[in-house]
Design a protein around this ligand. Structure first.
Ligand SMILES: [Zn+2]
Ligand SMILES: [Zn+2]
Length: 347
């Protein structure tokens, strides 16, 4: 099968083509696993964190990709819930232990043995992949394969961030950064909290324009002061300056949710600007978001189908993965980037 593989960690500034096209054997599903013929795989900022070593894969080479939509080709001997021919999706959560205190409380995203798709196990930048059947999710029929892909990470993690933000209808919501996840959060928030006004901070004109098109009450540069104090803010940027700016705009008793697996640390110095009285006092809170649970993925897919929320997608062929990642790195973003895979090879 064709796959785009990562062999070496390094900066994309130096190596603009970190992934190589390879011909790999089609993986065989284990007893509790299923084999999926991949049809679409979303491209996520976390892939840049893997490539550049901020959350490095434990073994190389690895197949990246954790927003996978495909068709079940084969099932393992003990996999009984899913059948060949079903359409399913796989998100960032590839497996968790199921036994620790976090797993037992439904917080499998915090499990010490949390394994991520496309990092700790081969993911969807390939024609085929395997996954434990309990970690594969049915895709509502309303979505095309490409539309469903970004819902599996950008959407699910956005859903989790909005849940952790604990927004009430009528409260103001700020969003710093306006990529794949944020644009889905905006659509979701407008539906669930119709009286809440949304303020978007984004660096590029295009992103700000896109935010206004989708119904943001205001969109400005991250360095600007927001026209009013914000009760909740969700940060999806890879940097620290927007976090400091966001704390300044946060209302007393407000909460900032940082939705990033890693920060890039190029502007870590910005943290020294934090002034306790301006940025943190008055009971402001900061909460990070870690991974997703299966419940986040499934609840979000159902909600997205009901509303409905369809992501804006931009498609690339499998071989165009480096191009898509580079555009993401350079913030040439409108909606979500998806690799279209699809071709059938003989088993
Ligand atoms: Zn992701
Ligand atoms: Zn666990």
């Amino acid at each position: 099968m064709k796959a785009m593989i990562l062999k070496k960690i390094g900066s994309m500034g130096k190596n603009k083509t970190p992934l190589e096209l390879a011909d790999l054997p089609i993986p065989a599903p284990g007893e509790d696993e299923i084999l999926i013929r991949v049809s679409a795989c979303g491209v996520c900022h976390t892939e840049l964190d893997e490539i550049e070593g901020r959350t490095p894969p434990p073994r190389l080479p690895v197949v990246l990709g954790h927003q996978v939509v495909g068709w079940v080709e084969k099932t393992g001997a003990r996999a009984k819930k899913i059948k060949a021919g079903d359409r399913i999706g796989v998100g960032w959560i590839y497996s968790a232990c199921g036994k620790c205190k976090f797993c037992r409380q439904g917080n499998e995203n915090l499990c010490g043995d949390f394994r991520a798709t496309g990092r700790d196990a081969d993911g969807g930048y390939a024609q085929y992949m395997t996954v434990p059947e309990d970690f594969a999710h049915p895709i509502p029929p309303i979505f095309s394969d490409s539309e469903a892909a970004p819902l599996l990470c950008a959407g699910a993690i956005g859903y989790r961030s909005l849940r952790l933000a604990n927004l009430e209808d009528g409260q103001t919501l700020g969003m710093t950064g306006f990529g794949a996840s944020a644009h889905l959060v905006l659509k979701m928030a407008r539906h669930r909290f119709p009286s809440s006004r949304i303020f978007v901070f984004a660096r590029s004109d295009k992103e700000r324009e896109f935010a206004r098109e989708l119904g943001a009450a205001w969109a400005g540069d991250p360095a600007e002061e927001s026209p009013e104090k914000l009760d909740r803010i969700i940060d999806t940027t890879p940097a620290w300056t927007p976090v400091v700016e966001a704390l300044k705009n946060l209302e007393a008793g407000g909460r900032l949710v940082v939705n990033a697996i890693r920060k890039e640390n190029l502007d870590q110095e910005a943290l020294k600007q934090i002034d306790y009285s301006r940025h943190l006092w008055l009971e402001k809170e900061i909460k990070s978001v870690a991974n997703v649970t299966r419940r986040d993925v499934r609840d979000f897919l159902e909600l997205a189908a009901r509303i409905p929320i369809k992501p804006e997608v931009q498609e690339y062929p499998l071989e165009g993965a480096n191009q898509a990642l580079l555009e993401l790195k350079e913030r040439r973003i409108r909606g979500a980037k998806v690799l279209r895979i699809g071709q059938k090879t003989k088993l």
